[in-house]
Each structure stands twice: as C-alpha cells, then as structure tokens.
Write a protein that binds this ligand. Sequence first.
Ligand code: GDG
Length: 577
Amino acid sequence: PQADGGNDKKEQRLIVVSNRLPVTISKDANGEYHFKMSSGGLVSALSGCKKTMSFTWIGWPGKDIPVADRDHVNKRLLAEYNCYPVYLSDELADRHYNGFSNSILWPLFHYHPGEMNFDAAHWLAYREANMRFAEVVSNFCQSGDMIWVQDYHLMLLPMLLRSMISGESAQGEMVRKELGRVKEGVDDEVVKDVLGMQPGVAQSGELDDEGVEILDDVDEGEVLHMKDKPAGAASRRPHFPRGLSTFQKQEMVAKEKGKDGIRIGFFLHTPFPSSEIYRVLPVRREILLGVLQCDLIGFHTYDYARHFLSSCTRILGLQTQPNGIEFEGRYAQVGTYPIGIEPMQFVEGLQKEKVQSRLKSLETRFQGCKVIIGVDRLDYIKGIPQKLHALEVFLTQHPEWIGKVVLVQLAIPSRQDVEEYQNLRACVNELVGRINGRFGTVEFMPIHYLHKSVPFEELTAMYALADACLVTSTRDGMNLVAYEYISSQSKRHGSMVLSEFAGAAQSLNGSILINPWDVQSTADAIHQALEMGPEQRKSNWQKLFNYVSKYTAEAWGTTFVNELTRLSGLPPAGPAG
Ligand code: GDG
C-alpha cells in the first residue's frame, strides 16, 4: 500500500511482528549458517499478502545465537528474507512461550481454565520478552510506519512500544499500569532469581531510558519502584500545554524523536473468550491495557470482538462503542477480519505430477473404502478424543460400515514440553489402540494414525483423496484445515463436517455443523456425510469453495492493512479533551 502523501508519494513501510520468525536457522559442523523458510498457518496467510505488499518481519528466530555471530546472521536474515531477529535466552523464551503463552493464555482463551497454570515467574518472563520485542521494534521503526502485531504471545507489545517510542521507560510504564498489583516482595525475588535483573530498574543497555519520562499520574506504588532509577535516567519533563490527552503527549514526544504518526495494529488468531472466562486471568487488566494502545484490534469473528469489548467494560470500567473504544485520548478501533488461505496453492498443487501419482496410489490402496480425513496439531482444543469417540459410536451403530470406511488422522506433534500435551498424546494413543483393537482385522484397521508432520504434497494428496473431512475442535480461532480441504475437493466434492466451536463455522455455509461434545450427533453427522448424494455434495461444495476463493489470506491481510492506513488514532468524533 502507498501512503497518502499528496505529490510526495513515499512507500508506506509495514512491519509485521510475530513471536516466531518464519525462518529456521541451523549451523553446520563447519560453522556455516543455513536458513530455511518454515510453514504454518500464519506463514501461509502472510505469504498470501506478500503478493500485494512488502514488509519486514520481526520475531524470535527460534534459538539464541552467540553474540559474535549475530551481526552476520542479522544481515543475512534481513537481506535474504526481510526478517529481523529478537534474541531471547533459551530460558526466557521457554518461560514466555511454553510458560505464559501456552500454559496460561492459550488454555484460558480456549475455555480451559482448569488447564491454566498461573505462575508469577512466567508472567514476568512474558513481560520481559515483550519488552525485548519492544526494544527491537522501537529501534527499527520510523515516523509514519505501520506495525502489525500478531497474536497472544505479544499482547503487551503495543503498550510497551508506545511508551518506548514516546521516551518513557517501559519498566516505569509497566509498573504504573499495574497499579502496584504484584506484591513487591514476591516480585523482586522472582525478578532477581529468574531473570537476573534488578526489580523496577531499567537495565542499562537493555531498556531505552534516555528519553523523556511522563510522570503525570504517578501513584505511591510507582514512586517506590522508581526511586532506584539509574543515573542518566533522570526525569526530564517537557512542558505540555494544558488539557492534552496521553495520546497527544505521546505524539509530541515521538515527533521530537522522529517517530511520530506510527500506527499499531493487533490481530488475535485465537478466540477471545467471554468476559466471564477472561476475568479468571490474574493479570486480566494488564493484558487488556497492553492492546488498548493500538489503532486497530482485529479478531476472526464478531463474537470474539464483542467479548473483548465487554471485557474492557466489565474489567476496566471503560465505555465502548460498537466498533471500538476510546482510551487515553486514542481511539482503538475493534473489528472482524476473518483469515483465509490461498486456495490456488492447493488447486495448482493438485495438478503437480508428484501429487497426482501419490493420489493414484492412495486411491488404489483404499479402493472400495471411504476415507475420512482429520488434520490437527495434537492439541487439546482440536477435540481429537471426541472425534475418536464419535467414530467408535458410529461403527457400533452402523456395523455395515466396518471395513468400508477409514479415518486417516494426522496429529502433528506440538508443544511437547507442556504437560497437558503429553497427557493428551497418551490419551489419544490409548483410544486409537482400543478402537483399532475392537473393530480391526488382520486386513483392515479403521484408524490410520500418524503422529508426525507430512510434506505439502502428501497433505494435498490426502485432502483430495478423502470423501469427508472431520473437524471437531472444542474451540478454534478459525481452523484453516477446513479451508484447505475444500480447496482440494474440486473433483470429489467431499463433505465438510465442522465443529460449531471453530471460527470457520461462522463462514463456511455448506458444512455439516456439529457440537463435538454431543457424541451421538457427531456420529450421526459422520453417517450423513458418508451417505450424502452427489448432487447435494456438489451444491454444498460450490457454496463453500466460492467463499474460500473470495475470502483469501491476501484479502485478509490487505483489508486489515488498508483499514490501519486509514486510521488517525483520534476518536471518530474528534480529539478528546
Ligand atoms: C491458529 C489457530 C487459526 C498441519 N499439519 C501439517 C501442515 N499443517 C498446516 C495446515 C494448516 C496449519 O498447519 C494449521 O492451521 P489451523 O488453522 O488449522 O490451526 P492452528 O495451527 O491451531 O492455528 C487457528 C490459525 O491460527 C490462523 O489464524 O485458524 O484457529 O488455532 O495450514 O495445513 N502442513 C504441512 N504438513 C503437515 O503435516 N505441510
């Protein structure tokens, strides 16, 4: 996209920030570094956007790199992949990713508060990692840049960025925002032990502390924390005209530093839960305040956006509008931007000889047998046990189908360091064994279970082979597997059985919707999918494919970015105050 700068049309810079860079780095025995683009939902979605816009991608490269090698690695990442790294120590990365993001926010956002293990050390690591991101991004950005922050790993980043860009110590800002909520004693101990930092003190060389501090709304807790400021971080207050909002003050300071007019967008790839679930989170205020410094906050569905707004009302006491919220003089617009895929990748992929020959050999292998496909990361939100139970009920009630239908279930290994994922793996192994033991024969097994990831060509051939696809997520932000299956079914017109708890259910009209907790109705849906006539399947598929072709990854990215370009940060009715 181009900035709207009159005659002087300069290219609008876009910075995408996600927890993980889409590049895997390795070092061989000769000390040579190698880089490989990786795959995944976000990578596919953003690579779709690359057709129409260029951007720099900032994120964690997946491992720490020795300081002496960083210059070389950074240069190559930037020149060859348009990527820029945020280095985190292995311990910090583990606590941020496995600890807070995947053991606290992930379960809670997917309505599993029972699986949430809140731990103050993990919260501190989350803050710390978000600060490291803020340092790198704030150094990188320039006046007028657009910064698009992705997902639940970086929910404090918008607030930290605003405070760093406008010269305020991020640590000071965090403390101010937290309103002294975390008890000092506990906090300090954990800070020292775990992170090796001085509590409440900006670390020289780590935090941007040279700028101007805005200490207007200091409360007592903060004064206590701020008294240990290192020399050189002395507070210099600019003289602001009376009546300016925080937003206006931030912009004034940013202008002096050549970093004004920066727009920040945030997109959440998971559901945002009902405020009644969200309020369970001990740091519920901080997380909301973290994203409220955005100009645009996007969700997959209308319901997630509504839940976010009502959490802001109930937890922060803020008044909201149907399309956003005014906070500290800035208007954070809130909207729905359902993600998609690039369906042509699958349509064209299917034409490749390798895929065609693999498809033929699979068709021969499963001749006379219908195939149901399941593709999920091995994650408790994907409802794999529910899927297996439903298949068991179906085969019990319809023994005529035994030997005539198989479920090919791909379960991609995921987050294997987190205990809940290890438990799930054992549970699924047991269920698969039990059902195969019960209905299988020497010649036939009802479930073909693969605990590994497969190459794109193999995945495409499997999608094309299957007569039905079964998505039974108990919660899922969107679910791209459903989109990919539909894109691969131009010949067979297979049936899409889709959980009503996946965001995709709001859009994919033409699917058979199920409640995965209702095992009987899921078993009935399997039956319906297998027995559906060709005309009905064709008309369903046509509707589904029309949608998937229109609402692509590219459409998602450009719609979000165009909207962000349009926004000024000011409330629709004009400047506050
Ligand atoms: C999160 C949200 C939301 C999987 N196995 C293989 C493989 N994959 C690819 C699929 C698909 C992607 O991974 C999975 O995407 P999903 O959307 O289904 O699920 P999450 O990973 O949980 O993604 C989700 C998404 O973010 C985007 O916003 O939809 O709700 O949870 O693209 O194809 N790809 C290959 N081999 C595999 O074995 N090549």
